[in-house]
Design a protein around this ligand. Structure first.
Ligand code: PLP
Length: 379
């Protein structure tokens, strides 16, 4: 969508971008200053594959401060984005024929990486009515002797669903009956949480040794282009990933790593300010969506996306084009409304579209006005 949007813009069209998957804020000043200092201090050499020791200590500090979880630096691997962290863990753990359970809707990379590892993706479908969260019964029913991994994000991209402590405990109870399963908990939207405290499934005492927590700087610190992700895992998984990463990329960018120490050990004021603005926009987006006929949705508890169900429009036409899927609606909104969104089929749910509020209030309002006008033409 970003590419299509750029092409249309190059033709002189004014496209409102509600497809963005990154904060529209600048990286906080104190983190930029730390990077500038690192350049001047000549942090220009290869780094240890899993990241500088003092950075991995800073990651441990973060886990202890924010999640009440105690890790040692040997549990931590720092990578070129959380995407590489996921790639490391999935490619290290999944062998041909292993089953990997992923609840829908999900971030597309999970399934793609499992396929790259010759694993078998087993999707658990969730619905709007259950807040796009799986139940312990659904989880139990999906597990087989071949299940190797379970992957989920909370807060979730794209649904914005956040599992409560109680809901995580319900899933943990099931995992406790199946000790062969490793859980990948993607917590990259941890700080962008509208219901207060974030809970990690690794906080369950019996599970910590089987959970890999994925996190990174991209979303909470507005640092997508800096490329730094990290994970906490049992030592043997961390060691395997160190080997793999050592052949793919080695350690991530030295300057980014030095800046990351500042990001992870400083007060989170800039992050909270960003979340305040996302909260304001979320409320406005909810109002605007209520004004759109046929949109069914839940209020997101985290991340910066709305994920309305739009199948009300399936079968409708503007006289020229007929909408028969979320893909069609997504293209119709781009071509006729000049608003870019992301089709739910990209996340394993072809009845929804994803609307990002990582854009200014002015653009959000303009985008929704255009969406309303374009939808009104469908009968
Ligand atoms: N996990 C989720 C759920 C995401 O949405 C994203 C980015 O969109 C990532 C991981 C990857 O983040 P990074 O920029 O650190 O690679």
């Amino acid at each position: 969508m970003a590419k299509l949007g750029r092409e249309l813009r190059a033709k002189g069209l004014d496209i409102v971008d509600l497809s963005l998957g990154e904060p529209d804020f600048d990286t906080p000043e104190h983190i930029k200053e730390a990077a500038k200092k690192a350049i001047d201090e000549n942090w220009s050499h290869y780094t240890p594959v899993s990241g500088y020791l003092d950075l991995r200590e800073a990651v441990c500090h973060k886990f202890s401060r924010d999640n009440n979880l105690l890790y040692k630096p040997e549990n931590i691997v720092v990578s070129t984005g959380a995407k590489q962290s996921l790639a490391n863990v999935i490619l290290s753990l999944v062998d041909t024929g292993d089953e990997v359970i992923i609840p829908t809707p999900f971030w597309v990379t999970y399934a793609a990486l499992v396929q790259m590892a010759n694993g078998t993706v087993k999707l658990i479908k969730t619905e709007l009515e259950q807040g796009y969260k799986i139940t312990p019964e659904q989880l139990e029913a999906a597990i087989t002797p071949k299940t190797k991994l379970f992957i989920f994000s909370s807060p979730c991209n794209p649904s914005g669903a956040v599992y409560s402590k109680k809901e995580l405990a319900g899933l943990a109870e099931v995992f406790n009956r199946h000790p062969q399963i490793i859980i990948i908990s993607d917590e990259i939207y941890e700080y962008i949480n509208y219901r207060g405290k974030h809970f990690s499934i690794a906080e369950d005492e019996n599970l910590k040794e089987r959970v890999v927590i994925i996190n990174g700087l991209s979303k909470g610190f507005a640092m997508t282009g800096w490329r730094l992700g990290y994970f906490a895992a049992p030592v043997e998984i961390a060691r395997a990933c160190d080997k793999l990463q050592g052949q793919f990329t080695s350690g991530t960018n030295a300057i980014t790593q030095r800046a990351a120490i500042t990001a992870l050990t400083s007060p989170l004021d800039a992050t909270y300010k960003m979340v305040e603005e996302f909260t304001r926009r979320k409320s406005r987006v909810m109002e605007l969506m209520q004004g759109l006929e046929g949109f069914q949705f839940a209020e997101p508890d985290g991340a910066f996306y709305a994920f309305p169900k739009v199948d009300f429009y399936f079968g409708k036409t503007d006289g020229k084009e007929t909408i028969s899927s979320a893909d069609d609606l997504n293209m119709y909104l781009l071509n006729k409304g000049h608003v870019s969104t992301v089709t739910g089929s990209a996340f394993g749910d072809d009845h929804c579209i994803r609307l990002s509020f990582a854009n200014s209030m002015q653009n959000i309002e303009k985008g929704f006005e255009r969406i309303g006008e374009a939808l009104a033409k469908l009968n």
